[in-house]
Write a protein that binds this ligand. Structure first.
Ligand SMILES: *[C@@H]1O[C@H](CO)[C@@H](O)[C@H](O)[C@H]1NC(C)=O
Ligand SMILES: *[C@@H]1O[C@H](CO)[C@@H](O)[C@H](O)[C@H]1NC(C)=O
Length: 262
């Protein structure tokens, strides 16, 4: 008897939900793929992938956003569903990805879920990663450098992997700093210094500049990156605005390092 009741009531209950709490009630709309918000959602997803792959020789950049939908949840935030293509920095190989990117209102570090087609050059990238790693491990004089790229946009071929490693590691900080209103791209390595490690990993300290949009400000960050091929890097970072006038412009909380060292 009770079961029959339940079954007859169920369709009513389901029909009632959309008008109260169902996600369908929130406004879901397509947005032009050329819109800034669509590209920024794609860009932060690619940065997340670059960090997460743990492979400095498999870095991607955003090529084109093909489809973008946003679900706006009042007082909570905006969730983007996007389809986009990426290109590999080195091989130019294209991949197709779908992602959901959820920006909570006024908060950094969007929640990202992403699927991409697999890469054909994975083995080559792994090999390049390992060769770089071995070279760093065997280094008698620790690697160091500054102003990469230089003011002409030039990077010494020897320093390319060091630049890629900085992009991979800084992508973690960038993902954590990104909000719906602010995005970041790596602009330059000011200084880099390899640190000795007794374990299997390699470590570098970087001072870098991030380019912030839409403010066009340069953000100065110190990064400490510890890496083993095939694993997302461990990253500690500290960023402060006003890179141009360093004196007294350090971050307000003093020297709080953020990161994923646990
Ligand atoms: C990724 O793939 C899984 C398994 O096919 C699927 O359940 C999930 O919805 C996909 N996520 C995105 C963001 O496309
Ligand atoms: C840094 O520069 C900005 C504007 O360029 C100025 O307002 C600020 O007072 C400067 N800060 C320091 C600590 O010099």
């Amino acid at each position: 008897m009770k079961l029959v009741w339940l079954i007859t009531l169920l369709p009513l209950a389901i029909r009632a939900i959309p008008f109260s709490v169902s996600p369908e009630a929130w406004s879901v709309r397509d947005i032009p793929t050329s819109q800034r918000a669509a590209r920024e959602a794609g860009r932060v997803t690619v940065q997340y992938l670059n960090y997460y792959s743990g492979s400095p020789h498999q870095l991607l950049y955003l090529d084109a956003v093909r489809k973008a939908t946003v679900k706006s949840i009042p007082e909570i935030g905006d969730k983007f569903y996007i389809e986009f293509t990426t290109k590999d920095y080195q091989t130019n190989e294209a991949r197709v990805c779908t992602a959901s990117v959820f920006f909570r209102q006024q908060q950094a570090k969007p929640a990202i879920h992403v699927n991409c087609t697999t890469s054909g050059s994975l083995m080559k990238a792994r090999e390049d990663d390992y060769n770089f790693y071995s070279k760093v491990k065997k280094q008698i004089t620790p690697i160091s450098g500054k102003d990469i790229p230089d003011s002409f946009g030039f990077i010494e071929p020897d320093m390319l992997p060091v630049w890629y490693l900085a992009i991979m590691g800084s992508s973690f900080a960038v993902w954590e700093k990104t909000t719906e209103e602010r995005s970041y791209t790596m602009a330059q390595i000011k200084t880099v210094q390899q640190l000795p490690r007794k374990d299997d990993s390699v470590a570098f300290d970087y001072d870098i500049l991030l380019h912030e949009l839409p403010t066009e400000e340069m953000i100065h960050c110190s990064l400490h990156i510890v890496w083993i091929p095939g694993k997302p890097p461990k990253v500690d970072y500290e960023c402060s605005n006003n890179a141009e006038n360093g004196s007294g412009a350090e971050s307000e909380e003093g020297s709080t390092f953020l990161g994923n060292f646990k």
